[in-house]
Design a protein. Structure first.
Length: 210
């Protein structure tokens, strides 16, 4: 019986220590509101020491100081945004909504027009755009579709005008794929004006008359 109790205590301690290790990256948050002329922001920020030792110089970090939200590349100069982030028009409708993890945008983010229609939707992964990003015009029609990987354009990039495709490109790791316009035009021209093989009957008849 004593052995069973000892095993149970050891298992409980092990579970508690593992839970503590998993929670070490998380910090308590505080909530604030900032008011501007046409909108207001409701956000959360981390309480505790700053994360200078974990800063990535290539990423954009968001932080709060003196009633203002700032963003800088590779640095934090105030309270680190961490948690939910929402922006509202003065009418109360949503303008923007997303989440931060230690100053970096993360997860799905959305933006809206002041008429309530969706403007943009896309995902972030620790400060880098990822997957498909879609934009709409104020009437709800597609305006742009872009694909990202590790923060760079990767895949199809399509722009729309009045709901119709106006421009289409393809990217690979941030670089636009070269389109050989000359060859494309030559192929198109060959289809429209194929070369004639030999003389037609009309040509022969003309030659005989001459």
């Amino acid at each position: 019986m004593n052995n069973l109790i000892s095993i149970f205590i050891l298992m409980s301690m092990s579970f508690y220590l593992n839970a503590q290790e998993e929670m070490v990256d998380y910090k308590p948050v505080n909530k604030l509101k900032l008011y501007y002329d046409e909108y207001y922001i409701q956000f959360e920020f981390a309480i505790g020491e700053e994360l200078e030792n974990e800063i990535n110089d290539e990423l954009i970090y968001y932080w709060y100081k003196e009633n203002k939200i700032n963003n800088t590349q590779g640095g934090i100069g105030g309270k680190t945004l961490h948690g939910n982030y929402s922006v509202f028009y003065n009418s109360g409708t949503l303008k923007e909504k997303g989440q931060f993890i230690f100053g970096l945008k993360n997860g799905k983010w959305k933006k809206w027009y002041n008429n309530g229609n969706l403007y943009e939707v896309g995902s972030w992964e620790k400060g880098q755009k990822t997957g498909s990003w879609i934009q709409y015009d104020s009437e709800g029609r597609l305006a742009k579709v872009a694909n990202y990987k590790d923060g760079e354009l990767d895949g199809d990039y399509i722009e729309y005008s009045n709901g119709e495709i106006s421009e289409k490109k393809k990217f690979n790791e941030g670089n636009e794929n070269e389109v050989k316009e000359k060859k494309h035009k030559e192929k198109k021209q060959k289809k429209k004006n194929p070369k004639e093989k030999g003389h037609t009957k009309e040509d022969k008849a003309t030659e005989e008359i001459q």
